[in-house]
Design a protein around this ligand. Structure first.
Ligand SMILES: [Zn+2]
Length: 695
């Protein structure tokens, strides 16, 4: 299961357990059979094959599940079998012999299945039943996934793999066949190919097969209306497309199916044939959003947002190549989110135009610069998105790394490497070094340093123009420019774009900077007037304060940020506290007004008059013009004496309370004006690129 960055406000928890247990197994699958290849050097000898054959009956009204599973394995290792503790096991056998009673894990029944002789096929059979939790549609995305709880109701059923809803062997990729029974009117779906489906007046029945190595099974069900379509893959294979939508959004089905076709076509032409024979979009009654092989599960209200089909949908489709077609090796870093962000979210911006793409790059760099020093970790340590900082590194920094790589080796080599990587790694676990190998082979360049610095260093280089001089010569002009990289523990080897402006034109020069301070010079016929450092933001670097004006996120992600509540008691105090807690996703550090400037990051919350008084008593810049006349509440950032402040000011307690839900979604803004809970104005203070006039 790949969980995606669907919206800024959706935070995600991956099945960490699965990730930790992943072994390095190389598995090759043909269309019909699965062969397990045990290859050196990554592999644990005697790696195992696991196949599940499951029959399950789920009743969303009664909130019950009853199932039978036969697990076939050829492993000779000792295995751990797990099932959610809420379920009751009625039969459990291994090769016809009753399994010993289970142990008690924290949330799971666990059984130890003893080691056996090699190459013997063993069968474990388990029958189980139990109650599911009632569906609570008021949960947000984080709660939907984070609770790892199997939930069911007439509006929807979601059984995440991590809830232990079926007996599974811990930490092993496996194939499966699952037969689902539900009451009539309900539909159930898991990742894989639908091979049988029938419905009577009493019940619905469907059989799914997933013949590829899978990390686990997530089950979704609901009162779905299914709309289908079909397309042919690049290789002529039939791909079945479906939407499983709640009745209230059934009219959106056609638009989504058409978009999916476009995305599959696009990525087949860029990468290679779509690896599966189906793709489904499934609606969820909770505002969740993530993807699995062959399907994506999106909240009803998420699906209603018009931009989702132009952004997140393509991202989810692409995960069938990156993440669910080639698996990241989580122990040595997850490259799949960065590559997917680069080839989906970023590529769509490039398609709109250079300005939109530049805006996205600037946004990434601005987000990164909002982190305080030392708050990020090296990209190779990113496994999954758990908080804002991990997304800024694992998605954005990684996507920017692919952009710099394409700038370095050229579009053609880049595309060939992507295709070769897919060709060689399909249905295998691949790491960053496999990617490096593909890019080195296709470009003929040694990329050791490039990959090493972007993957293993924390932080980013801070680069500036130390000196720039123009001299007249016989044939024109000579410019000498000195570049410096500062504030980094290790020096980077980077290509710095410098744009030279003359009266009528501009020209981009690229300089290879690999020392702390280096001087470069070049000739020009026309008179150069000024030089700018990376004005298009193509280099991953720490922006200067002018380039990165403060955004609200700075006080959201900075763990050292303190909060001043200007109302010391009453409703405005309570609402201010709630807002601070929600913004920072932690218990806020409340300080007295007089101690505010002892921190470098300060959140100030109060009612309008209190805020105005506080601003003037601290001699801060006055409330920005854009906020003076309208709205019921304002939030804005200001930098003063090295301190970044986010100031939140509301007309009254009700207006302050109204910000608790929406304001955390505006972290990328420098200012927001609210009318009640609705943002009516927002924006970032302009970025000023580094420019030096030539004299
Ligand atoms: Zn993703």
């Amino acid at each position: 299961m790949i969980i995606c960055m669907l919206l800024g406000w959706l935070y995600f928890i991956r099945r960490i357990l699965s990730a930790l247990f992943l072994t390095m197994v190389v598995i090759v699958a043909s269309n019909i059979t699965i062969s397990i290849v045990i290859a050196a050097p990554l592999l644990v000898q005697d790696s195992l094959a696991v196949e599940y054959d499951i029959v399950v009956h789920i009743d969303p009204v009664e909130q019950t599940i009853k199932g039978r599973s036969v697990i076939a394995t050829t492993s000779s290792h000792e295995l751990t079998l797990m099932l959610g503790q809420r379920f009751k096991v009625t039969h459990a056998f291994i090769d016809g012999v009753t399994l010993k009673p289970s142990g008690y894990g924290h949330l799971m029944h666990t059984w130890s299945v003893p080691a056996s002789q090699r190459n013997v096929r063993r069968y474990i059979e388990i029958h189980w039943d139990g109650k599911l939790s009632p569906l609570n549609t008021s949960l947000d995305h984080q709660q939907t996934l984070g609770r790892a709880e199997p939930v069911s109701g007439s509006l929807g059923t979601f059984l995440p793999d991590s809830s232990g809803w079926y007996p599974r062997i811990a930490g092993e990729l496996s194939s499966y066949r699952i037969s689902i029974e539900m009451p009539s009117g309900q539909r159930g779906i898991v990742a894989g190919r639908l091979i049988k489906e029938s419905e009577t007046s009493e019940s619905y029945h469907a059989v799914f097969e997933f013949p590829f190595p899978s990390e686990g099974i997530d089950f979704m069900g609901g009162p779905y209306i299914v709309t289908t379509d079909m397309m042919k893959s690049a290789g002529g294979k039939r791909i079945q497309l479906r939407t499983y939508f709640h009745p209230q959004i059934k009219e959106l089905a056609r638009g989504y199916l058409d978009k999916v076709k476009g995305y599959i076509d696009l990525y087949e032409s860029r990468i290679g044939e779509y690896p599966f024979t189906e793709f489904s979009i499934v609606s969820s009654p909770t505002p969740t959003g993530f993807g699995m092989p062959t399907l994506t599960y999106l909240g009803i209200n998420v699906l209603r947002l018009p931009f989702i089909r132009n952004t997140s949908l393509g991202h989810e489709v692409l995960h069938n190549w990156w993440g669910n077609g080639v698996y990241p090796n989580y122990q040595v870093g997850n490259w799949s989110e960065g590559l997917t962000t680069f080839m989906a979210d970023y590529a769509y911006k490039e398609r709109i135009g250079p300005e939109a793409a530049r805006e996205m790059r600037l946004g990434w760099l601005r987000d990164f610069s909002a982190l305080s020093l030392g708050q990020d970790s090296a990209l190779e340590r990113f496994a999954t998105r758990t908080h804002g900082a991990s997304q800024i590194v694992g998605y954005n920094k990684a996507a920017m790394m692919f952009l710099m790589l394409r700038d370095l080796i050229g579009y053609e080599s880049f595309d060939r490497a992507i295709q070769a990587f897919w060709h060689h790694q399909r249905f295998r676990i691949a790491s960053w070094s496999d990617l490096r190998h593909a890019f080195e082979t296709e470009s003929g360049q040694d990329l050791q340093i490039f990959f090493k610095q972007w993957l293993t260093y924390t932080g980013a280089p801070a680069v500036h123009i130390a000196k720039a001089i123009r001299r007249q010569s016989d044939s024109g002009y000579r410019v000498t420019i000195t570049l410096e990289q500062t504030g980094v523990s290790a020096l980077y080897s980077i290509r710095v774009p410098i744009v030279v402006y003359t009266k009528d034109s501009k020209e981009t020069k690229t300089f290879d900077l690999d020392r702390g301070r280096q001087t470069f010079s070049f000739k020009l016929r026309a008179k150069p007037l000024e030089v700018a450092l990376d004005p298009d933001f193509r280099l991953f670097r720490r922006l200067t304060p002018d380039e990165a004006p403060p955004i609200l996120r700075q006080i959201m992600v900075n763990q050292a940020a303190v909060t001043v509540l200007l109302s010391e008691k009453g409703g405005a105090h309570v609402a201010g506290y709630e807002l601070a807690k929600k913004l920072q996703n932690r218990i806020p550090k409340i300080v007295l007004s007089k101690d505010a400037f002892t921190a470098t990051s300060v959140l100030v919350i109060g009612l309008q008059e209190q805020v105005d008084r506080w601003i003037s008593s601290h001699k801060l810049p006055v409330r920005p013009v854009i906020m003076r006349s309208n709205g019921t509440a304002h939030a804005w950032t200001v930098k003063h004496d090295g301190v970044t402040l986010a100031i939140v000011s509301a007309k009254d307690t009700t207006s302050l309370k109204a910000l608790v839900r929406p304001l955390p979604h505006y972290g990328r803004q420098s200012y927001v004006v609210f009318d009640g809970a609705k943002a009516i104005e927002r924006g970032t203070w302009p970025a000023r690129v580094q420019v030096v006039k030539l004299n």
